[in-house]
Design a protein around this ligand. Structure first.
Ligand SMILES: Cc1cc2nc3c(=O)[nH]c(=O)nc-3n(C[C@H](O)[C@H](O)[C@H](O)COP(=O)(O)O)c2cc1C
Length: 235
């Protein structure tokens, strides 16, 4: 019933702005079937070129995939940080930025076609539901050609004790055979969980390295550790 109400609400609001196709309504339902909120279509960013086009950093964060309430509580919301410029930043986003700084890598922000709830607990409900049901999500953009990259860094927030669904969708859409894949997780206690093993299962032709797991609640304190790891361990 909640699911039906959510879809009807979305359809009514969307009708006022623009017609939502049936295919889009199906995609929206991949988010709204777990809790009531109104997702918005993503604003795709796409690949950001660096100076080293043999290395790629791909990451997913709530930031960049959520339309936050203006008064969102950063302090009690473990997944959010404020960066040096005063901008809202995700933990994975921050860690990916350090890796890009150390390597000059191209950066690919993974974005889902539709946004997640501003409310943290609702996002947990949606994220866990998507994992349990192994939902297939559409991404807002897909990387065009990864063949030139030797190394790929994946910065993965742990959701529901495993790889978050958007990262799973990214890996299902790519073939990283022949590349070295560095797995970096960010979490609230689960460490690496089973992410390196799941990445290896999805990318059997890649050499997968469990590189770093960074606690999200104090991510900014781990900058030097991340930069040192990249400097001392990257092949
Ligand atoms: C939907 C959801 C589920 C989560 N599940 C877990 C979990 O099972 N284990 C854990 O340690 N942290 C979990 N977390 C915490 C995040 O992994 C952590 O806050 C991470 O640093 C978020 O990164 P981000 O700011 O880049 O999105 C979860 C967070 C969300 C939003």
């Amino acid at each position: 019933m909640r699911r039906l109400i959510a879809v009807l609400l979305i359809l009514m609001i969307s009708q006022a702005c623009a017609a939502v196709s049936l295919a889009e309504a199906d995609e929206i339902e991949n988010y709204t079937r777990y809790t009531d909120y109104v997702p918005r279509a993503a604003d795709p960013v796409g690949l950001i070129p660096g100076t080293n086009n043999r290395t790629l950093v791909a990451w997913f964060s709530r930031v960049g995939n959520t339309v936050f309430y203006p008064d969102v509580d950063v302090v009690s919301t473990a997944s959010l940080q404020i960066d040096a410029d005063g901008k809202l930043t995700g933990n994975a986003q921050m860690i990916a930025g350090w890796i890009a700084e150390a390597t000059g890598a191209d950066v690919f922000p993974i974005q889902t076609a539709w946004t997640y709830p501003s409310d943290y607990d609702q996002t947990v409900a949606v994220g866990e539901g998507q994992d349990i049901d192994q939902v297939e999500l559409k991404l807002a953009t897909y990387p065009e050609d990864l063949s030139d990259y030797n190394s790929v860094w994946l910065v993965v927030p742990i959701w529901h004790y495993t790889i978050c669904t958007p990262l799973r969708m990214f890996l299902e859409s790519t073939d990283l055979s022949g590349k070295t894949v560095y797995v970096v997780t960010t979490h609230r206690g689960s460490g690496f969980a089973d992410v390196p093993e799941r990445v290896q299962e999805m990318e059997p032709g890649a050499q997968v390295i469990a590189a770093l797991s960074v606690p999200g609640n104090d991510a900014p304190k781990h900058r030097d550790e991340v930069l040192d790891y990249v400097k001392n361990n990257m092949k």
